[in-house]
Design a protein around this ligand. Structure first.
Ligand code: CTP
Length: 390
């Protein structure tokens, strides 16, 4: 039986990662694509694995399992995102996500694979940084900061490898502009990126520490100008972005909202919040002060219910829910409204579909978790108390 070589490609569902997956496939590797969404390309009849995960919820166990699998002989990390926007236009959550996905998650994965990278055998490894990690990048500030962190990490880790005489290296790929990528306004398909991916894999296979594509043509000049006068460089770069109309473009993070009473927090609530967070980048949850709108009484105080919901890892922010979710939209301008399917077809949600739909808001229903509800729990507690009083 032949020995299968698998290559883990984190962020391989589109763009450069997908092009690298195709290149590695052509070289006899089985690509294992890790991404938050399905690959944009169909791999008909070709052996390829896909594993869905959101790097902003780092799944340590998932990566540990891959790292301890000897059939994985290469690791490529291309996951990352950014948007051209001023510092004041970034939400705190967006800053968190940028630093987590672009830098912290990549560094954690490399740490988990460190035993493999430092092993005596060959282990191929490459990460995608950016020229923005070397120079200032106004209106792309946190992206630049995240890529600088990743770049410095790779340099430091490679120096540690060199001191032990190990010849494996993390190839830090730091391009400037790559046409055809999502950053270039492309749709993320890998066509047009074949030659880039070919050179990417070549550089990784020869354990190069750093590859700045088109360094001789453009980017060594860019870095020189930055080093000579960082202030003038920053000003010129800011002016260029403003004058070329690149400001205000890019996709803003998707904000989701759901509201509820969340009395006696249970698995139905948890499923709803987890499913909701998978479909947005910032989940705001409105907790109703009481259950009078449903003609019910809560067991747990409003403050405690809010604290419990806030401590759930899928929830980014908790607010006092206004009576109507449409009023909450006036406050936070969310993009998606989530609710359990028990509300589908109600007068209230039919009205939201109309009113909020006209504002571009999607109303998304998740299957109601059968067999559990706060009402059920409350009556179980009451009958238990009655029982013991007898
Ligand atoms: N939810 C769910 N599955 C359940 C219970 C609730 O999907 N088993 C969803 C609801 O559809 C709603 C959200 O969780 O979108 C908050 O619901 P909430 O009214 O707080 O929960 P219930 O347990 O239904 O409360 P009660 O029994 O007091 O009506």
């Amino acid at each position: 039986m032949g020995c299968v070589k698998r290559a883990l490609i984190v962020g391989g569902a589109s763009g450069i990662g997908l092009a690298v997956a195709n290149e590695l496939l052509g070289k006899g590797f089985v690509p294992v694509i890790i991404d938050r969404s399905e690959p944009v390309q169909q791999f008909n009849d070709v052996e390829i694995e896909f594993c869905k995960t959101d790097l902003s919820f780092f799944d340590e166990k998932l990566f540990q399992d891959f790292a301890s699998d000897p059939s994985i002989t290469s690791l490529v990390i291309t996951a990352g995102f950014g948007r051209v926007a001023g510092v004041g236009d970034l939400s705190i959550k967006e800053i968190d996500n940028l630093l987590e996905v672009n830098a912290a998650a990549a560094i954690k994965i490399l740490r988990i694979f460190w035993n493999r990278i430092t092993s005596s055998g060959t282990f191929r490894c490459a990460v995608m940084a950016s020229i923005a990690g070397m120079v200032s990048s106004p209106f792309f500030s946190v992206y630049a900061a995240s890529k600088a962190a990743l770049w410095r990490f790779c340099e430091s880790a490679n120096a540690e490898l060199a001191t032990t005489g190990n010849t494996n290296r993390i190839t830090c790929v730091s391009p400037g502009h790559v046409s055809g990528t999502g950053f270039d306004g492309g749709e993320g398909r890998s066509t047009g990126l074949e030659s880039f991916a070919k050179e990417f894999v070549q550089r990784m296979s020869s354990c190069e520490e750093l590859w700045v594509p088109d360094a001789d043509g453009v980017y060594s000049g860019v870095i020189r100008r930055y080093v000579e006068n960082p202030i003038a460089f920053g000003l010129e770069s800011a002016r260029y972005k403003i004058e070329s109309g690149r400001l205000g473009g890019g996709r803003k993070p998707v904000i989701g909202y759901c509201s509820g009473t969340f009395d006696l927090f249970h698995a139905g609530h948890l499923h709803l919040l987890k499913s909701a967070r998978c479909l947005c980048e910032e989940l705001v949850v409105g907790v109703h002060p009481d259950a009078s709108h449903k003609g019910k009484k809560t067991f747990i105080s409003h403050e405690e219910r809010k604290a419990i919901v806030e401590s759930c890892r899928y929830v980014d922010r908790v607010i006092d829910a206004p009576r109507e979710d449409s009023t909450a939209w006036e406050l936070i301008h969310y993009d998606r409204l989530f609710v359990g399917s028990d509300y589908k077809g109600t007068e209230r949600f039919a009205r939201y579909e109309r009113e909020l739909g006209s504002k571009g808001v999607q109303v998304i229903y998740f299957p109601y978790t059968e067999g559990i509800s706060s009402t059920q729990l409350r009556s179980a507690i009451v009958s238990g108390m009655e029982e013991s009083a007898r």
